[in-house]
Design a protein around this ligand. Structure first.
Ligand SMILES: Nc1ncnc2c1ncn2[C@@H]1O[C@H](COP(=O)(O)OP(=O)(O)OP(=O)(O)O)[C@@H](O)[C@H]1O
Length: 295
């Protein structure tokens, strides 16, 4: 397996605050990877360490095979990055900044830049300082896409965009990059966006990686079973690998399952019951449960 991103024990502390703690994460080439977490979880700090913009206190890693500590130009030319807050030269015009960026990238593709300028309807002559926040994000994406990056890193890419532009933005990420087998790493706290486009997802909270999952697997094997028994079941009914949480809601037991779904269903079905329902847990449920530390 080739890893596009291979991070080993990354750690960063600001004063007393451990922003990222012993983070190890490997992301296969060609995946669309959603990096989920609430505000202050450590997403931006992780991304900045990946890009060599922040030096880790401990640990290290490789991006597209390049050591992150080396700040290599070759790596920068292969990675597109859209920051959470855009720091573009405000005095330049839209076309001016594209001309400015072009010489840094041997693979800069003018047709791609033009295509997205048109697509987002960005005014070429407009000064950057007069663009809205969403337009700046769109321009940053144009700049990140034009060099045909092997890896695109997006930090909360949709936060400044309205709903329609968000959809379009995500569609581009999917159509242009995923189809070509490039890797996309994007952070978000919007579960819905992540669920729609990511094939893998990691959840980070308080600097710690809580979970890394395959989204399809998550959707097929991670379920809740809601069951109303005819008689109170024996305690050991729920002691089975894959059962991660059991909550009593009125007369029903709601059992969170992460593995061995079929076996667990058989087990429950063999006990006299009135009703048994299998309920999907979407990322949001899982995320909230993990946040609370329920499971
Ligand atoms: N330069 C800094 N100096 C001090 N503390 C910092 C610095 N950068 C980040 N932090 C702290 O580290 C923690 C992680 O911040 P980070 O920006 O990585 O989170 P995030 O997940 O990207 O959050 P958000 O979604 O709000 O952008 C926060 O508690 C933040 O206050």
């Amino acid at each position: 397996m080739h890893w596009a991103i291979d991070l080993q024990g990354l750690q960063k502390t600001f004063g007393e605050k451990v922003a990222v703690e012993d983070l190890t994460l490997q992301i296969p080439e060609g995946s669309i990877f959603g990096f989920l977490g609430p505000n202050g979880a450590g997403k931006t700090t992780t991304i900045k360490m990946m890009l060599g913009l922040l030096r880790p206190d401990q640990g290290g890693g490789k991006i597209l095979g390049h050591d992150i500590a080396q700040h290599s130009v070759a790596l920068r030319q292969k990675v597109g990055y859209v920051a959470e807050v855009q720091s573009l030269y405000e005095y330049m015009s839209v076309e001016g900044i594209l001309e400015f960026c072009r010489p840094f990238y041997p693979k800069w593709n003018r047709q791609i830049a033009d295509k997205y300028l048109k697509f987002f309807d960005l005014p070429k002559k407009q000064q950057i300082k007069n663009l809205s926040k969403g337009m700046k994000t769109q321009l940053a994406l144009v700049i990140a896409m034009a060099p045909e990056p092997e890896l695109l890193i997006l930090d909360e890419p949709t936060s400044g965009l309205d709903a329609i532009n968000r959809q379009e933005f995500l569609r581009i990420v999917l159509e242009e990059l995923a189809v070509q087998g490039r890797t996309v790493f994007f952070s978000s706290h919007l579960l819905h966006d992540v669920e729609r486009i990511a094939d893998h997802v990691a959840i980070i909270n308080q600097g710690r990686l809580i979970e890394v999952r395959d989204v399809d697997q998550l959707k097929t094997t991670v379920k809740k079973i809601r069951i109303v028994f005819q008689h109170e079941p024996k305690d050991d009914l729920f002691s089975f690998p894959g059962v991660v949480n059991v909550v009593k809601e009125g007369s029903a037991y709601v059992v969170s399952v992460e593995d061995n779904l079929q076996e667990i269903l058989q087990r429950f079905k063999s006990v006299p019951h009135f009703t048994l329902d299998v309920i999907d847990r979407n990322l949001e449920d899982i995320f909230i449960e993990k946040e609370r530390g329920d499971s």
